[in-house]
Ligand binder design. Structure first.
Ligand code: AMP
Length: 193
Protein backbone atom coordinates (compact mmCIF):
# COMPACT_ATOMS: atom_id res chain seq x y z
CA UNK A 1 0.00 0.00 0.00
CA UNK A 2 1.31 3.46 -0.93
CA UNK A 3 -0.25 6.37 0.93
CA UNK A 4 0.14 10.10 1.37
CA UNK A 5 -0.96 11.94 4.51
CA UNK A 6 -1.61 15.65 3.97
CA UNK A 7 -2.51 18.36 6.45
CA UNK A 8 -1.08 21.42 8.18
CA UNK A 9 1.61 21.25 10.89
CA UNK A 10 0.10 19.85 14.06
CA UNK A 11 -2.74 18.08 12.21
CA UNK A 12 -1.70 14.69 13.59
CA UNK A 13 -0.04 13.24 10.47
CA UNK A 14 2.84 11.73 12.44
CA UNK A 15 0.54 10.12 15.03
CA UNK A 16 -1.72 8.60 12.39
CA UNK A 17 1.24 7.54 10.24
CA UNK A 18 2.69 5.46 13.10
CA UNK A 19 -0.66 3.70 13.49
CA UNK A 20 -0.75 2.95 9.76
CA UNK A 21 2.79 1.57 10.03
CA UNK A 22 1.58 -0.97 12.60
CA UNK A 23 -1.57 -1.87 10.74
CA UNK A 24 -0.07 -2.28 7.28
CA UNK A 25 3.56 -3.18 8.06
CA UNK A 26 4.93 -0.50 5.76
CA UNK A 27 7.41 2.26 6.66
CA UNK A 28 6.56 5.87 7.45
CA UNK A 29 8.63 8.14 5.23
CA UNK A 30 8.75 11.50 6.98
CA UNK A 31 10.91 14.04 5.16
CA UNK A 32 10.88 16.13 8.37
CA UNK A 33 12.38 13.20 10.36
CA UNK A 34 14.94 12.53 7.61
CA UNK A 35 15.94 16.19 7.49
CA UNK A 36 16.19 16.42 11.30
CA UNK A 37 18.45 13.33 11.24
CA UNK A 38 20.59 14.98 8.53
CA UNK A 39 20.86 18.18 10.61
CA UNK A 40 21.85 16.16 13.69
CA UNK A 41 24.45 14.19 11.75
CA UNK A 42 25.82 17.38 10.16
CA UNK A 43 25.63 15.98 6.60
CA UNK A 44 25.87 18.39 3.61
CA UNK A 45 22.04 18.23 3.27
CA UNK A 46 21.66 18.89 7.00
CA UNK A 47 23.97 21.90 6.86
CA UNK A 48 21.93 23.36 3.98
CA UNK A 49 18.57 22.66 5.63
CA UNK A 50 19.24 23.67 9.27
CA UNK A 51 18.57 27.43 9.22
CA UNK A 52 15.52 27.27 6.96
CA UNK A 53 13.98 24.50 9.08
CA UNK A 54 14.54 26.36 12.33
CA UNK A 55 12.86 29.44 10.87
CA UNK A 56 9.88 27.34 9.72
CA UNK A 57 10.44 27.69 5.96
CA UNK A 58 10.50 24.97 3.34
CA UNK A 59 13.70 23.21 2.27
CA UNK A 60 14.25 23.25 -1.51
CA UNK A 61 12.28 20.87 -3.71
CA UNK A 62 15.55 19.56 -5.15
CA UNK A 63 16.83 18.47 -1.73
CA UNK A 64 13.65 16.76 -0.53
CA UNK A 65 12.93 15.07 -3.87
CA UNK A 66 16.50 13.70 -3.79
CA UNK A 67 16.03 12.40 -0.24
CA UNK A 68 12.75 10.68 -1.14
CA UNK A 69 14.15 9.17 -4.35
CA UNK A 70 17.01 7.60 -2.35
CA UNK A 71 14.62 6.39 0.35
CA UNK A 72 12.32 4.71 -2.21
CA UNK A 73 15.25 2.56 -3.29
CA UNK A 74 15.72 1.06 0.17
CA UNK A 75 14.40 -2.51 0.52
CA UNK A 76 11.70 -1.79 3.14
CA UNK A 77 9.99 0.76 0.87
CA UNK A 78 9.47 -1.84 -1.87
CA UNK A 79 6.31 -3.20 -0.25
CA UNK A 80 4.79 0.26 0.23
CA UNK A 81 5.08 3.39 2.34
CA UNK A 82 3.25 6.20 4.09
CA UNK A 83 4.47 9.61 3.05
CA UNK A 84 4.26 12.08 5.93
CA UNK A 85 5.22 15.69 5.15
CA UNK A 86 5.90 15.03 1.46
CA UNK A 87 4.87 16.30 -1.08
CA UNK A 88 4.66 19.83 0.31
CA UNK A 89 4.64 21.74 -2.99
CA UNK A 90 2.97 21.06 -6.34
CA UNK A 91 6.46 20.68 -7.88
CA UNK A 92 7.18 17.89 -5.35
CA UNK A 93 3.83 16.22 -6.18
CA UNK A 94 4.72 16.31 -9.88
CA UNK A 95 8.19 14.91 -9.17
CA UNK A 96 6.56 12.13 -7.12
CA UNK A 97 4.18 11.30 -9.98
CA UNK A 98 7.17 11.00 -12.32
CA UNK A 99 9.15 8.83 -9.90
CA UNK A 100 6.22 6.45 -9.39
CA UNK A 101 5.41 6.31 -13.12
CA UNK A 102 9.03 5.40 -13.88
CA UNK A 103 8.74 2.50 -11.43
CA UNK A 104 5.29 1.51 -12.73
CA UNK A 105 3.77 2.22 -9.30
CA UNK A 106 0.52 3.91 -8.26
CA UNK A 107 -0.71 5.58 -5.08
CA UNK A 108 -3.46 3.75 -3.18
CA UNK A 109 -4.66 6.63 -1.04
CA UNK A 110 -4.18 10.34 -0.47
CA UNK A 111 -5.68 11.37 2.84
CA UNK A 112 -5.98 14.95 4.01
CA UNK A 113 -6.50 15.63 7.71
CA UNK A 114 -8.79 18.65 7.94
CA UNK A 115 -8.26 20.69 11.10
CA UNK A 116 -9.39 23.96 12.54
CA UNK A 117 -6.37 26.28 12.21
CA UNK A 118 -7.19 27.98 15.52
CA UNK A 119 -6.46 24.68 17.32
CA UNK A 120 -3.06 24.11 15.76
CA UNK A 121 -0.87 26.40 17.86
CA UNK A 122 -2.30 24.85 21.04
CA UNK A 123 -1.51 21.39 19.66
CA UNK A 124 2.08 22.38 18.90
CA UNK A 125 2.47 23.81 22.43
CA UNK A 126 1.04 20.59 23.82
CA UNK A 127 3.50 18.54 21.75
CA UNK A 128 6.38 20.60 23.17
CA UNK A 129 5.08 20.14 26.76
CA UNK A 130 4.68 16.37 26.28
CA UNK A 131 8.20 16.12 24.88
CA UNK A 132 9.64 17.97 27.88
CA UNK A 133 7.65 15.74 30.27
CA UNK A 134 9.06 12.66 28.56
CA UNK A 135 12.59 14.04 28.99
CA UNK A 136 13.05 14.70 25.26
CA UNK A 137 14.28 17.71 23.30
CA UNK A 138 11.66 20.05 21.84
CA UNK A 139 11.88 20.54 18.07
CA UNK A 140 13.65 23.79 17.17
CA UNK A 141 10.61 24.82 15.07
CA UNK A 142 7.92 24.05 17.69
CA UNK A 143 7.67 27.65 18.91
CA UNK A 144 5.13 30.37 18.07
CA UNK A 145 7.40 32.37 15.68
CA UNK A 146 8.51 29.42 13.56
CA UNK A 147 5.01 27.97 13.73
CA UNK A 148 3.56 31.08 12.11
CA UNK A 149 6.04 30.75 9.23
CA UNK A 150 5.22 27.03 8.92
CA UNK A 151 1.51 27.78 8.73
CA UNK A 152 2.12 30.49 6.12
CA UNK A 153 4.22 28.04 4.08
CA UNK A 154 1.42 25.51 4.39
CA UNK A 155 -1.21 27.93 3.16
CA UNK A 156 0.84 29.28 0.28
CA UNK A 157 2.67 26.17 -0.91
CA UNK A 158 1.11 23.00 0.51
CA UNK A 159 -2.64 23.71 0.38
CA UNK A 160 -2.36 23.71 -3.45
CA UNK A 161 -1.09 20.11 -3.22
CA UNK A 162 -4.51 19.05 -1.86
CA UNK A 163 -6.14 20.85 -4.79
CA UNK A 164 -3.72 19.07 -7.16
CA UNK A 165 -4.86 15.63 -5.95
CA UNK A 166 -8.50 16.68 -5.61
CA UNK A 167 -8.37 17.71 -9.28
CA UNK A 168 -7.34 14.15 -10.12
CA UNK A 169 -10.25 12.83 -8.05
CA UNK A 170 -7.77 11.11 -5.73
CA UNK A 171 -8.14 13.06 -2.48
CA UNK A 172 -9.98 11.77 0.59
CA UNK A 173 -10.64 14.14 3.46
CA UNK A 174 -10.88 13.08 7.09
CA UNK A 175 -11.92 15.20 10.09
CA UNK A 176 -8.68 15.64 12.03
CA UNK A 177 -10.45 17.38 14.93
CA UNK A 178 -11.94 14.08 16.14
CA UNK A 179 -10.25 12.14 18.98
CA UNK A 180 -7.13 10.25 17.80
CA UNK A 181 -8.84 6.81 17.68
CA UNK A 182 -11.78 8.20 15.73
CA UNK A 183 -9.42 9.77 13.18
CA UNK A 184 -7.67 6.39 12.81
CA UNK A 185 -11.05 4.73 12.17
CA UNK A 186 -12.03 7.39 9.64
CA UNK A 187 -8.74 6.86 7.79
CA UNK A 188 -9.29 3.08 7.75
CA UNK A 189 -12.78 3.66 6.37
CA UNK A 190 -11.47 6.06 3.72
CA UNK A 191 -8.99 3.35 2.66
CA UNK A 192 -11.79 0.84 2.32
CA UNK A 193 -11.62 -0.72 5.81
P1 AMP B 1 7.75 18.26 9.57
O1 AMP B 1 8.42 17.34 10.53
O2 AMP B 1 7.04 17.51 8.47
O3 AMP B 1 6.88 19.27 10.23
O4 AMP B 1 8.91 19.08 8.83
C1 AMP B 1 9.76 19.95 9.55
C2 AMP B 1 10.45 20.90 8.61
O5 AMP B 1 11.27 20.17 7.67
C3 AMP B 1 9.53 21.75 7.74
O6 AMP B 1 9.06 22.90 8.39
C4 AMP B 1 10.48 22.10 6.58
O7 AMP B 1 11.42 23.07 6.95
C5 AMP B 1 11.22 20.79 6.39
N1 AMP B 1 10.52 19.87 5.47
C6 AMP B 1 10.00 18.64 5.76
N2 AMP B 1 9.45 18.09 4.69
C7 AMP B 1 9.61 18.98 3.67
C8 AMP B 1 9.24 18.98 2.30
N3 AMP B 1 8.57 17.95 1.75
N4 AMP B 1 9.58 20.08 1.56
C9 AMP B 1 10.24 21.12 2.09
N5 AMP B 1 10.62 21.18 3.37
C10 AMP B 1 10.32 20.12 4.17
Amino acid sequence: MRLILLGPPGAGKGTQASRLVEKHGIPQLSTGDMLRAAVKAGTPVGLKAKAVMEAGGLVSDEIVVGIIADRFDEPDAKKGFILDGFPRTVAQAEALDKMLAQKGLKLDGIIELKVDEAALLARIKNRADETIKAGGTVRADDNPDAFKVRLDAYRAQTAPVSAYYAGKGALKQVDGMLPIDAVTKAIDAALGG
